[in-house]
Design a protein around this ligand. Structure first.
Ligand code: GDG
Length: 484
């Protein structure tokens, strides 16, 4: 899309995240352009930034992108460059092969490498410096996610005038797991540089407060931490849950468009008009429980409890972190399982699993949501899971059944879903059958209540709540510095 250069300016509101909302892509002729980048963080923050006159600091998704700030589609972009080695050690290494598996309850084994940590420190400093350079006096800076946990402290050291927020999009693990991390205290101190630290679930905030108590001498009185040091006045840090959401009405709006509904009909037709279409949409990630879902569906077919003529599973697995070994292995495992199930059960006219290892435009996703009678979210651990909320927001017709893992943040809110423990394959199979057979009346009454929740608690409310709390932190700090 369009991008125009920007002149130097300072901003009162700055978002800092590892990835920019746009990715630099280069086509086969070597022509570069920017496209919207994938994933939950961007889905959530893009509408927030559109409403604010701020700047977004982040990485453009390719090595050594030394480019000046620019404007893209109304958003002011401040690019941070990463070298190929830094992508390997900071991003693929420490962020996605140490922190990601550790914070998701060690579903996959975290790797601990001192060089990765050193690179993480160095890159966090670069993001902090970039944010400091574009922030106006007294600005609010909102730092995002596990890749940048040292930025709050680094930023405060350079710019004590700023009000700093941090939001963690992924879970914060129980202390017994977190304590494995060789740099556990540095990360806690890094986060405590913020005035407000947000988590997805109440349990995540609780885990964090416990880690603070175990690793520092600070007093805590939920949700406040008194941070004391010899060089600074005592500071109050608020750590609590702010469950993230989506721009719900924009999904409903898309779903109401006739051409998207027509596309949903075409999708069902293309699958041979089965009685039931089930859907999974995930980044191809071992936290999402895709293998558990396939296992359950395969067993139901093998036992003749579902018939391939009647039920099709569509699985979209968008490519993710393709250079990290655990993800390459997962990709092979899933492809093998899909191939085996289709080989065993598909007929000439009906496939068991329609598997798609690529991303789709938003319109197509909404058409899929409308085409699906059942959405399967079987994550083994997930900070929130926006896909569940997108499905609900799209179903203005009050059709569709949501099967939702108890290990998602979304399950704290979406109580009228069919909640499952994805590790319990028998339980999962029974729940899938219950979803397929659910009477229309129950379906619509559950969906109505889910929709109420998602449409009320949308992403605007999430960011307003967070930013209001940040504003209160700024005000109370001012009182303290300038007593009346
Ligand atoms: C992290 C946390 C938390 C996926 N494939 C395509 C596509 N997507 C979009 C979905 C959704 C987003 O990506 C995925 O969000 P999730 O929340 O489901 O999962 P993560 O990417 O792991 O996000 C998560 C989130 O951050 C926000 O805090 O909820 O727990 O892990 O919006 O629709 N979008 C399009 N094509 C695709 O192929 N257009």
């Amino acid at each position: 899309s369009d991008s125009t250069p920007l002149t130097a300016a300072e901003y009162d509101f700055v978002i800092v995240s590892n990835r920019l909302p746009v990715d630099r892509v280069t086509d086969s002729d070597g022509v570069a352009s920017w496209t919207r980048s994938p994933g939950g963080l961007v889905t959530a923050l893009e509408p927030v930034m559109r409403d604010a006159e701020g700047a977004w600091v982040g990485w453009g998704g390719q090595p050594d992108l030394e480019i000046e700030r620019f404007e893209n589609d109304g958003i002011h972009i401040i690019p941070v460059a990463l070298s190929a080695v830094e992508i390997e050690e900071f991003y693929e290494g420490f962020s996605n092969d140490t922190l990601w598996p550790l914070y998701h309850d060690v579903i996959s084994s975290p790797a601990y490498h001192r060089e990765w940590w050193e690179c993480y420190v160095k890159v966090n400093q670069r993001f902090a410096d970039a944010a400091a350079a574009v922030s106006a006096q007294g600005a609010a800076v909102w730092v995002q996610d596990y890749q940048l946990q040292l930025v709050p402290k680094m930023l405060r050291e350079k710019r004590p005038d700023l009000t700093i927020g941090f939001f963690n999009h992924i879970p914060f693990p129980p202390y017994g797991i977190y304590s494995q991390l060789p740099w556990r205290t540095q990360i806690i101190e890094g986060l405590l540089g913020a005035d407000v630290i947000g988590f997805q679930r109440v349990a995540d905030a609780g885990n964090f407060l416990r880690a603070v108590r175990r690793l520092t001498g600070y007093q805590t009185k939920n949700p406040v931490i008194e941070v004391t040091s010899s060089s600074e006045r005592p500071r109050r840090v608020v750590a609590r849950a702010f469950p993230i959401s989506i721009d719900a009405s924009s999904f409903e709006k898309l779903a109401r468009q006739p051409h998207i509904q027509e596309r949903a009909r075409k999708i069902r037709e293309g699958l041979g008009n089965p009685k039931t279409v089930m859907l999974g949409v995930d980044r191809l990630d071992y936290t999402k429980g895709i293998g558990h879902r396939l296992q359950a569906f395969g067993e139901l077919l093998a036992e003749g409890r579902v018939d391939v003529q009647d039920v099709t599973l569509v699985q979209v697995a968008s490519p993710s972190r393709e250079r990290v070994a655990a993800y390459m292995q997962l990709r092979d495992e899933i492809a093998l399982t899909v191939g085996r199930i289709n080989g065993d059960f598909a007929t000439m006219s009906h496939t068991a699993i329609s598997y798609h290892h690529h991303g789709y435009p938003r319109d197509e996703m909404v058409a899929l949501y409308l085409a699906a009678d059942v959405l399967l979210v079987t994550a083994l651990r997930d900070g929130m899971n926006l896909v569940a909320k997108e499905y609900v927001a799209s179903r203005f017709d009050e059709g569709g059944v949501l099967v939702l893992s108890e290990f998602t943040g979304a399950s704290d809110e979406l109580k009228k879903a069919l909640l499952v423990n994805p590790h319990d394959i028998d339980g999962l199979k029974d729940t899938i059958l219950q979803a397929i057979a659910m009477p229309e009346k129950e379906r619509s009454s559950r969906m109505r209540s889910l929709r109420k929740r998602v449409l009320e608690n949308d992403v605007a409310r999430w960011s307003n709540n967070f930013l209001k709390t940040l504003e209160q932190a700024r005000a109370s700090r001012y009182d303290r510095l300038v007593p009346v």
